[in-house]
Design a protein around this ligand. Structure first.
Ligand code: DOR
Ligand code: ZN
Ligand code: ZN
Length: 421
């Protein structure tokens, strides 16, 4: 297949080029490539397929919220060609059977590449380590207790060591449960205004600091999930500066929204960690600019209306993010003047590939032909009614954004074409 006449986002800049794929690999990149099976992308921009290393696909167990098929459809609609799915399923993904099941089902679905993340402890109960070696052998690419932290620091330190022995990294959801104490939002002006119970930044920062301390003491790598606080960004920046092998991610809602959004009690704004304040939002953007925050993930957390159409205190935490991540990121970060297109491709594709040692993540000869083709000039309005994800829970309904995915190509095959939706 030949993709012609597009602007191509390379690590060192954007250039017009044709791309020829063969056997699922990028075989040739040149100013002009002749041949049949050509598709004209004049006016469009080709990114390396996005790698979203933090997604909840909900299957097995919570198919009412999402399943592997609907989640993968949402992924390719968002330009995502590879994703990692979190283990807070039912049963928990804490053994090779569930890992094998997810991989088999994802292969049947045949849309994007799915990489299971195994739980750190059995049943995510924080007591006993899960079968780490067996999960790795079955295809798990990382470990996480996502949804909570591993409270016991001894167990967490053992987890980091076992993970490392098997070539895996721990993806750490950072939350001090005692300090959160049932909080549903950020503690500040808006928690006072609404009367909702808030939690302070330290509830997140303490666990970020602990994971950094463990990684530093053990000389092992660690990855911090969904950073939302200015102080968390600073902890990671300082740790990196002294050589700690810490990497980190954030999500579009942390650089586009603040806790002002909770004022109307819209449960779609309820997310964990919570939306913070303007200085946090700005610090997250600064972190993405200077590389303190390595990558952008969605923390795609689809929920059924039944889980959200309730009082704020009772609603589930989470935002359905796969179908809006690229447009929000492009609009806020590139049009906002904070990142170049190559910088955005690094945060959304190359960095996750580096952190997890996955193939792909950049456009070069010999790489998998995983591409996201976007019209950067198209402005559109986010409308959850049009989501293909089962999770319609977004706080961005009605928001105008730029950047529309037109095609998503996985291993050289078109897996999403907007016109055919
Ligand atoms: O908002 C969130 N939703 N944060 C998490 O840590 C878990 C996730 C979920 O599974 O719904
Ligand atoms: Zn989490
Ligand atoms: Zn998550």
């Amino acid at each position: 297949m030949i993709f012609k006449n597009a602007s191509v986002v390379f690590p060192d800049g954007v250039r017009k080029a044709d791309i020829r794929t063969e056997g699922g690999i990028i075989a040739e990149i040149a100013p002009r490539i002749a041949g049949k099976d050509a598709i004209d992308l004049e006016g469009l921009t080709v990114f390396p397929g996005f790698i979203d290393m933090h997604v909840h696909l909900r299957e097995p167990g919570f198919e009412k919220k999402e399943d592997i098929e609907s989640g993968c459809r949402a992924a390719v609609k968002g330009g995502v060609t590879q994703l990692c799915c979190m283990p807070n399923t039912n049963p928990v993904t804490d053994n090779k059977v569930v890992v094998t099941y997810i991989l088999a089902r994802a292969k049947q679905v045949g849309l994007c590449k799915v990489h299971p993340v195994g739980a750190i402890t059995k049943g995510q109960e924080g007591k006993e380590l899960a079968a780490i070696g067996a999960m790795k052998a079955a295809g798990a690419v990382a470990l996480s207790e996502d949804g909570k932290s591993v409270e016991n620091s001894k167990i967490m330190s053992l987890a980091m060591q076992y993970a490392s022995d098997f070539g895996l990294i721990c993806l750490c959801h950072c939350e001090d449960k005692g300090l959160v104490d049932g909080g549903v939002c950020n503690e500040g002006y808006y928690s006072t205004l609404t009367g909702l119970k808030g939690s302070i930044r330290a509830a997140e920062d303490i666990m970020i600091a602990r994971e950094i301390c463990l990684a530093e003491s053990l000389s092992l790598p660690v990855h911090i999930c969904h950073v939302s606080t200015c102080s968390g960004v600073q902890l990671i920046r300082e740790a990196k500066a002294r050589g700690v092998r810490v990497t980190a991610e954030t999500c579009p809602h942390y650089f586009t929204l603040t806790d002002e959004a909770i004022a109307e009690f819209d449960t779609n704004t309820k997310v964990n960690p919570p939306l913070r304040e303007e200085k946090d939002r700005l610090a997250v953007i600064e972190g993405l600019k200077d590389g303190t925050l390595d990558c952008i993930v969605t923390d795609h957390a689809p929920h059924h209306a039944d889980d959200k159409n309730v009082e704020y205190n009772l609603a589930a935490f989470g935002i359905s993010g796969l179908e809006t991540s690229f447009a929000l990121s492009y609009t806020m970060l590139v049009k906002g003047g904070h990142l170049t297109l190559s910088g955005l491709a690094d945060r959304m594709s190359a960095a996750p590939a580096r952190i997890l040692s996955l193939p792909g993540g950049s456009i070069a000869v010999g790489q998998p032909a995983d591409l996201a083709v976007a019209d950067l000039n198209e402005e559109w309005t986010i409308d959850p009614a049009g989501f293909v994800s089962k999770g319609k829970n977004t706080p961005f309904a009605g928001r105008k954004v730029f950047g529309r995915i037109k095609y998503t190509v996985v291993d050289g095959e078109i897996k999403y074409e907007e016109k055919r939706l």
